[in-house]
Design a protein around this ligand. Structure first.
Ligand code: SAM
Length: 291
């Protein structure tokens, strides 16, 4: 019964033994807060037999608790100094299972993942798959979009990210956090904020606080029409978020009368700002403006 990897003492011992230097360019901030890690495991509702993809296991603090909660874990990592540490430091036996029965590591950039090929002989793709991660923050949004647009039929993504990004994901209209990222994500997934974690829960401590967000595919897909066109229109509408919608639309619709007509058709006042529009109004707007 060793002390958990997530305890500061054990983490420090691992750091000393393997001369670990947290690599800033890989977003390495290791969690050393057991309560926060258990918060992630609970938010993901990990139960025995679950198939979990972990992004960036680091020295294994979250991985260990996922395994102890009964999950089978497939991890993507890019730092080639970590496999040795993970294989030595993770519990060699988990209940009746050997570590190798329950854990597999692939040294590969998550943005290059080819899930069915990478994981096909470890996971059963007919069963549900969850993604759980304390993300490398420098690629938070590319990771979310690459997972959302992949062939992975995940049931949930439970992701630790910068608090500020989490706030943008879960924002509603009329708030300063509401914008293109909010809309791109909320048209595909349900967003739930699970917990917030202070920067001192990490080693080394990052500058910002973090939040754990649970994303689940919407039961009913939102029809935005052509996704590329839709996202482009939304981006243009928010190009200068402090100006009116009318002003932002100038580049798209030169004719002032036409712009006024569009805004009126949406049931909006001429002075409306982009952050005042609901997602449905953006969808209607995009359909009125053909590329
Ligand atoms: N899971 C560990 C924890 O909670 O303590 C480490 C989390 S740390 C914030 C992010 C991890 O992602 C690091 O181990 C880093 O090496 C890894 N990483 C960075 N870029 C990656 C990428 N493109 N694909 C997969 N893993 C990556």
């Amino acid at each position: 019964n060793r002390i958990a990897i997530d305890s500061p003492i054990r983490t420090q011992a691992i750091v000393n033994r393997y001369f670990v230097k947290a690599k800033k360019n890989l977003g390495q901030n290791f969690l050393v807060d057991h309560a926060a890690i258990m918060g992630i495991v609970e938010a993901a509702e990990v139960k025995p037999g679950d198939q979990v993809i972990e992004i960036g296991p680091g020295i294994g603090s979250l991985t260990e608790q996922l395994l102890l909660a009964g999950a089978k874990v497939f991890a993507y990592e890019v730092d080639d100094s970590l496999p040795e540490i993970l294989h030595n430091e993770l519990p060699q036996k988990i209940g009746d299972d050997e570590l190798a029965d329950r854990f597999k590591l692939l040294l590969k950039d998550i943005l290059q993942a080819d899930f069915r090929n990478d994981i096909g002989d470890f996971f059963d793709f007919d069963q549900e798959i969850k993604v759980v991660a304390n993300l490398p923050y420098y690629i938070t949004t590319p990771i979310i979009f690459s997972l959302a647009n992949s062939d992975l039929n995940f049931s949930s993504l439970t992701l630790m990210m910068q608090k500020e990004v989490a706030e943008r994901l879960e924002a509603g209209p009329n708030s300063k956090d509401y914008g293109p990222l909010t809309i791109a994500v909320q048209t595909q997934m349900q967003v739930e904020l699970a917990l917030t974690v202070g920067h001192n829960s990490f080693m080394p401590a990052p500058k910002v606080d973090s939040s754990v967000v649970v994303l689940k595919p919407l039961a009913e897909k939102v029809d935005v029409g052509d996704v590329k066109h839709f996202n482009r229109i939304v981006k243009i509408c928010f190009a200068q978020r402090r100006k009116t919608l009318n002003n932002n639309l100038k580049n798209l619709v030169q004719d002032a009368d036409k712009r006024a007509e569009i805004i009126e058709k949406l049931g909006l006042k001429p002075t409306v700002r982009p952050e005042n529009l609901t997602i449905q109004q953006f969808i209607d707007l995009a359909k009125m403006i053909q590329s």
